[in-house]
Design a protein around this ligand. Sequence first.
Ligand SMILES: *[C@@H]1O[C@H](CO)[C@@H](O)[C@H](O)[C@H]1NC(C)=O
Ligand SMILES: *[C@@H]1O[C@H](CO)[C@@H](O)[C@H](O)[C@H]1NC(C)=O
Ligand SMILES: *[C@@H]1O[C@H](CO)[C@@H](O)[C@H](O)[C@H]1NC(C)=O
Ligand SMILES: *[C@@H]1O[C@H](CO)[C@@H](O)[C@H](O)[C@H]1NC(C)=O
Ligand SMILES: [Cu+2]
Length: 755
Amino acid sequence: MNATAKYCLGLLLLASLIANVVFICMQARKTPEVPKCSRQMAAGMLKTHKHDGKSLIFSDLSAEEHTVVKEYLMKQADLKLTDSEVATLSDDYIFLIELHLPEKELALRYLDSSGPKPPREAKVVVFHGSRDLLVEYIVGPLPKPTYHRDDTIKRYGKRLQYSGRPVTRVEYGYIFDFLATKEFPKLGRVLQESFAYDGSNFCFVEGMPRGLKSGDRASWYTVFRKMSGIYLHPVGLEIRIDHSSKDPSGFKVLQIFYNGQYFNSSEELRDKYEKGNIKKIVYQPSEDYASLKPRRPPSGLPPQQYEMRGRRYSVQDNQVLYLDWGFAFGLSSLTGMYLFDIRFKGERIAYEVSVQEAIAMYGSSTPAVMLTKYVDSSFGIGRLAHELVRGVDCPYHATFVDTFRYLDTNQAKHYRNSICIFEHNMGRPLRRHFSDFFINDYGGLVNSVLIIRTITAIANYDYIWDFVFYQNGALEVRVFATGYISSAYLIDGSLRYGHQVAKNTLGTLHTHFVNFKADLDVTGTNNYFLTKDMAYHEVQVPWSPERRVQVPKLVEKQLKTENEAALRFDQKIPRYLHIASNKTNKWGHNRSYRIQVLSFNGDHLPESVPEEAAVSWARYKVAITKHKDHESTSSSLYNQNDMWSPAVNFSSYINGESIENEDLVAWISTGFLHIPHAEDIPNTVTAGNGGGFFLRPHNYFDEDPSINSPDSVYLDPSIPSDSCELNPNACLQNEVCMPNLPAFTYNGFDEVIHI
Ligand SMILES: *[C@@H]1O[C@H](CO)[C@@H](O)[C@H](O)[C@H]1NC(C)=O
Ligand SMILES: *[C@@H]1O[C@H](CO)[C@@H](O)[C@H](O)[C@H]1NC(C)=O
Ligand SMILES: *[C@@H]1O[C@H](CO)[C@@H](O)[C@H](O)[C@H]1NC(C)=O
Ligand SMILES: *[C@@H]1O[C@H](CO)[C@@H](O)[C@H](O)[C@H]1NC(C)=O
Ligand SMILES: [Cu+2]
């Protein structure tokens, strides 16, 4: 045991002694009897639904299922798999295991009629280093697999090049080791005098894509100082490494960018530095401006919400029931949160609503950032859903759900409390009216919603993913960005690409675009795509024919093919977009759900740019395609690392097919432009930084279903103000109920990635 460890142990003993004394003192003080709320479901709230277990066909694989899939494949002699714990880049090993979603037709037959349960299958991504191929296998049936088949061609229409694979922990390890042991020793004096490098105080952030054409695997690494909030501490050094070789001894430095100057090798930088004919950086200690440690002691507590009479929703396995709503949920390591079989009053509204992709395109004059186009699902959006913090990430009283994931690992990892579900009083009426003048009364309904959330910390950025269920039958999907901006070392010309936000630090301009999938099924799968807007037209005033006026009129249109319904980012589009049924409501109008986008992307990469094919979903504000099981996602695990010949080229889904009386899928893009500014330090805030969309009933019902909400309040002058019959708030004071909250726990650091 070294001296520091002994010292720590001593402190720990002392701390536990103090804690015990405090605990004993607290026991001694007699606590008054406090009534506690029942944590059981409120009686009668859920009488219209029951959990049926059918949602399990959409549930993520369990820890045991991941294990049996791995063990089954390891036994297949023809695959020649090496355990990923010991595999090198030239071996064949498992990279990812996750649920393979059932085919929609089979799933619907099982859910809606007495069809058989679809086979439960896993999707497994194998990196075949020995054959230079990436292969996706389907393994089934679980829990006792008997078959595996190569699904790559069916899904992607082609074989996948080995160079399109993401970088694994092992490869990162080789790269950082190569720098530390082969290159940095050559730069001893430069690193010492410029950065006070001590062998362990550097961190690296990579730019992507890893080159300029298909097959390139030569990434720029920006060096950041290892201190709290590394992303805001660039030191002024960037290095481009060719790591295309499967043998790490073949890794090479291609360029070095030091204080705004390019060099072809460490030797060149060293020699020029020693001769003194370059612009040097002279080390100065960084201030700790990026730390998130509170700068003053906490005081006060923000308001909390709690459930007076217990929960009004219930979560069983992966199924949630809430008032009139019901849905299944899961978390894909790659694409993040998805919901299936979303029903309101028992009727399916959407088969699937899911996150697909999040991209960010950066500007800078520094080499690593000027190329950067991050395509996050290739890194894994859901992969980085860590434990949520009670009382901050989700309300304290939320229900927390654990997830298991298998990505770049050799056994499923357990992520505690990585999804949260809660009912939330938004503190604003969903609807209300106070009638003055002729009749006096008041009717209102507080906006109480159910939210299911996960938060994914994808390196510097944290994305909050919310699905919000309203009592009027609307579903809102939101994304918010927070966390650290990425930054670059300030050099001449930097200010064209952003603002200076700290000493020597440029906050680099970038876009955030996010793509979602909404597979709506409005009264079944036979749907149409309708648009509505208004236009002014001129009419003669009937009682004054010599005058003409402009009157807004309803403009309705049906778009009949995928091409017509691919609504481009730079196009003026109708404001109302509907997935409609040919069934009508009581008033004779086609029943529909409206897609209402809250914030469109804005400018997209020009289509002439070779990388554009990998993110071609961003060409469209909304695109409607005919449902196909093999067009399940708008992007892929491989799009980032081979942007030039992407595994999924979304624009090819739009190929002239009819979308009349078909099963339709809406691909919805939302986003914002981020020009970093001083207040992004230390963190970007969620307020104002996000996007999303609503799916809202539109002539779907005959009236607003929220009129039946049990939370409705009604007042009129004849009702005594202390009567609780139509106004539960009048009796709130009689609720003798304290929240029964669970103890605070946190284990989120158990599964962090170490390289
Ligand atoms: C660095 O490499 C580039 C491109 O190969 C070349 O044009 C340039 O002359 C090289 N610089 C030096 C100093 O060798
Ligand atoms: C509505 O669509 C269904 C399914 O294609 C079809 O059978 C029916 O005839 C259609 N009804 C009307 C009124 O168009
Ligand atoms: C709207 O409903 C009517 C009546 O069922 C039907 O004839 C018509 O085809 C529907 N229109 C669309 C675009 O679905
Ligand atoms: C992507 O798909 C579109 C539409 O099919 C096609 O025109 C384009 O060439 C494709 N691009 C690549 C790089 O595959
Ligand atoms: Cu941003």
